[in-house]
Design a protein around this ligand. Structure first.
Ligand code: 5CA
Length: 442
């Protein structure tokens, strides 16, 4: 992509409304545009990152056996009356009337809709286990929308829903999602700690929040330092092996970890002073086990191996991709801007032409652009007539992992410079060597 043809509305000044660094940097880097209270458009740079985050989530959901669907945003109030949540949910729910004066709502979550699907089609235990997920916009009329996309009113959520014959099956499904979440967040360069959590309006008897430690986090959290060095399960984890998955969950739930609402002072006091981490945290995922809370009032049942009817046992599993983009920035930035982990970077390489119009610089940039893109790299080529200082500032602000800098003096000697955004390390290389460095055959 040529920067001259891209849409990157960079802000020079710090936007005054932004209280935390991720909100500030997302606005400055032209990733998002606020459209209303707690409502944002995603501009091209932001959308590229959001899509990469969603792709990792999808891959890990699919690996754990979940199936992707897509449910509507606007839901019928009658379905929520069946579960009993229409009146309970309170002011966070945006209630709407259609032209026939029917009560509708903009979904804050989807337990009712997905339970209706299962009730309609799933009749036998042989059709279970089943886990259906989607990535869809949600609306919650939050009391305090703030911090940009971190706590917005309209936000993207990946929500998965598991259905099993009995409690044991549902626990195995919960465990698979638990392990899938560990892998998902690690792949985005984040260290997420699962903590015992309150179940709130979703309900149920077991729940974990996945928390990123960050000073700007909204929750107070408590955990054992041991979490900071636990090994995240690898790609070869066998999700079909309930025993293996349960062992991983045991390892990750044995040391103490709890959010403020679930904090147990007595257990906390037993930890040595040096092992205690008391910090602020950002909730990026939340999983719930709630058994027949929805299937019973909504009549979602299957015939069991005993020939009798059983209400299906369920759980739900949320991740906030839009919040995650902000959380990744909170965890990875410096004074000059964002530092994207490679897996979610909007482009892999920023190719900077220091003197556009200089025949040799243009030629070498053209060659490198073809070589890198040919090797499967996403490249943002700064072919604008901005001064070098401005180009460097933009490159640092938008945080691409690598900068490849082509200037007249270097080119005359057949050399270019590469800079690693994270470490700041610079290296001067012959052009052919630079091509090889990023996977292109010279
Ligand atoms: N139905 C369940 C699980 S699918 C559910 O709704 N869970 S939740 O309420 O915990 O939300 C799931 C995830 O959505 C949260 O962990 C968080 O990452 C994200 N999220 C929730 N509220 C907001 C918000 N106002 N702005 C941005 N992301 C949010």
């Amino acid at each position: 992509m040529r920067l001259s043809q891209f849409f990157l509305p960079i802000l020079k000044e710090n936007p005054r409304e932004a209280e935390i660094v991720s909100h500030r940097l997302m606005l400055r880097a032209g990733m998002i545009r606020q459209q209303g209270q707690g409502s944002f458009s995603w501009l091209p740079l932001g959308k590229l990152v959001l899509d990469k985050v969603c792709r990792i989530i999808r891959e890990e959901q699919n690996r754990a056996g979940a199936l992707e669907i897509l449910m509507p945003t606007i839901q019928s109030a009658d379905l929520w009356r069946e579960s009993g949540r229409y009146d309970d949910y309170g002011k966070e729910m945006l209630r709407i009337k259609d032209r026939q004066d029917r009560d509708m709502l903009y979904g804050p979550t989807n337990e009712e809709v997905v339970t209706e699907i299962v009730r309609a089609y799933v009749k036998s235990y042989k059709d279970l286990p089943l886990n259906l997920y989607h990535i869809q916009w949600k609306f919650r009329d939050e009391v305090r929308p703030r911090f940009g996309v971190m706590r917005s009113r309209e936000f993207l959520m990946k929500d998965a829903y598991s259905f099993d014959l009995d409690f044991e099956g549902a626990k195995a499904a919960y465990n698979r999602m638990f392990v899938s979440y560990l892998r998902t967040f690690t792949r985005m360069g984040l260290q997420a700690i699962p903590m015992r959590a309150d179940t709130g309006p979703i309900g149920g008897d077991l729940s974990h929040e996945f928390i990123i430690l960050a000073d700007t986090g909204e929750s107070q959290v408590y955990c054992d330092r041991e979490y900071l060095s636990l090994q995240v399960p690898g790609e070869n984890t066998d999700f079909a092996n309930d025993g293996e998955i349960a062992d991983i969950v045991k390892t990750w739930t044995t040391p103490y970890a709890a959010t403020d609402e679930m904090h147990d002072e007595a257990a906390w006091d037993k930890l040595g002073e040096a092992d205690r981490v008391s910090a602020r945290g950002i909730e990026v995922g939340h999983i719930f086990h709630f058994g027949d809370k929805y299937s019973k009032p909504m009549g979602a049942k299957v015939t069991g191996p005993d020939g009798k009817d059983h209400f299906v046992s369920g759980g739900s599993y949320g991740i906030g991709p839009s919040r995650l983009v902000a959380a990744i920035i909170e965890a990875s930035h410096d004074d000059n801007g964002i530092i994207w982990p490679e897996a979610v970077a909007p482009f892999d390489i920023g190719l900077i032409n220091m003197k556009v119009g200089d025949a040799d610089c243009d030629r070498v940039c053209g060659e490198l652009y073809s070589a890198f893109t040919g090797a499967g790299k996403d490249v943002l080529y700064d072919d604008t007539d901005q001064r070098p200082g401005g180009k460097f500032a933009t490159a640092d602000l938008i945080g691409l992992p690598w900068q490849v800098i082509v200037g007249p003096r270097g080119v005359a000697a057949g050399e270019i410079e590469i800079k690693n955004r994270r470490t700041g390390e610079r290296e001067t290389l012959p052009v052919a060597e630079a091509k090889k460095r990023f996977g292109a055959i010279a």
